[in-house]
Design a binder for this molecule. Structure first.
Ligand SMILES: [Zn+2]
Length: 366
């Protein structure tokens, strides 16, 4: 295969999808961007009734059916009420640590368009010594959209049930090698899936199977999209492309997160939702070594992935998670390394090239 590189167009696409608003259940804006970008490289685009979008590329043989899946929802919130003074209360969609929220900007998507707001915080002058020691909990927070009455907030189009997402521009860091932004978890994984398909298409590489590159929905509220996308694809084997928690951050114990930025994608040996098929895991390691792609092993004791559902499809399906090390996930600004993204695409493509029927059958023999 020729060299894979993240083209200028691909980088612009990644920026657009990461900046789009799309908490669980509200992914259409993101999915439309995926459809516009990915349909040219696919033989067919299919969709299930929960919303997940799948790009199909037929290889030299129809079977096995290889599913590569990344989720396109992001952790966000939902409007629960508007106060008389025009403040917005909200409930989380996905897991948040309350401490990262105060004074952060958010976008509320309304039927009239997007409304920018900020999560309110008390000035230090007014905090009692006890208050300074405490984490303010999310259920005591408000979004200020700059309105001075309930009516004014409602006139902006804001209603109970509207989705709220972090506001965080996609930015290349000063080193030029890393990116800062939101929603890398897991639009980056879905990006890796579609880029692996594009790479196979543009390099003309043969693959003895049918590839299904999926952008799944509603992962952050319990792997829901993965449950229905299995029934759409009827996969024989699954590769889930996800962000992995980078442990090269002060305060993180290496035993809790092993991956380091820039040292290659991770082959996830374990997560809270799946013990991967061991032969598929060993195969992924072999392929990485053979193709000279840097990789890291990781174990995620806390946290599940779409693979948690995909490996339990029907009578069980061999599944593995390939991760892109990411710092500060589930916050407004995460950081990832360009090389890790590119190497994840290469690793997934090299795996897909080698997954023929005999190989996939061998994963489940005794
Ligand atoms: Zn997540």
């Amino acid at each position: 295969m020729g060299e894979y590189r993240i083209s200028e167009e691909a980088q612009k696409f990644l920026k657009d999808v990461c900046e789009a608003v799309g908490p669980p259940g509200f992914e259409d804006e993101v999915l439309r961007l995926f459809q516009a970008y990915g349909r040219r490289f696919a033989d067919e685009v299919i969709r299930d009734n929960l919303g997940s979008l799948v790009f199909v590329k037929r290889g030299s043989r129809g079977k096995p059916r290889v599913l590569v899946a990344g989720h396109v929802d992001e952790v966000g919130f939902l409007v629960t009420s508007i106060t008389k003074e025009g403040y917005i209360t909200f409930t989380p969609l996905g897991g948040w640590f309350d401490q990262v929220l105060l004074a952060q900007r958010v976008v509320i998507r309304t039927r009239k368009g997007q409304v920018l707001g900020v999560i309110t915080s008390k000035p230090p002058h007014l905090l009692t010594p006890e208050e300074r020691q405490k984490v303010v909990t999310l259920d005591r927070m408000y979004v200020d959209v700059g309105a001075t009455s309930e009516e004014e907030a409602k006139n902006l189009g804001i209603r109970i049930g509207d989705p709220i997402a972090p506001y965080s521009p996609f930015t290349i860091s000063a080193t030029g090698k890393t990116i800062m932004g939101k929603a890398f978890d897991d639009r980056l994984g879905a990006f890796v899936a579609i880029e692996a398909l594009r790479y196979l298409r543009e390099s003309g590489a043969e693959h003895p199977n049918t590839l299904y590159a999926a952008a799944t929905v509603q992962e952050e509220v319990g792997l829901r999209g993965a449950q229905t996308v299995g029934w759409l694809v009827d996969h024989d084997v699954a590769i889930v492309t996800e962000v992995d928690i980078a442990g090269d951050v002060p305060g993180i114990d290496p035993r809790d997160a092993q991956a380091k930025l820039g040292k290659g994608p991770t082959i996830v040996t374990f997560d809270a939702s799946m013990v991967p098929n061991q032969r598929l895991k060993e195969f992924a390691i072999e392929v990485a070594e053979e193709a000279k792609i840097p990789y890291q092993l990781s174990a995620i004791a806390k946290g599940g992935t779409d693979a948690g559902r995909l490996h339990l499809y029907k009578t069980g399906r061999p599944s593995i998670v390939i991760g892109v090390p990411t710092r500060h996930i589930h916050s407004h600004v995460s950081i990832v390394h360009f090389d890790d993204i590119a190497n994840a695409v290469r690793l997934v493509a090299e795996l897909v090239r080698r997954l023929d029927e005999e190989r996939v059958t061998s994963f489940t023999g005794l």
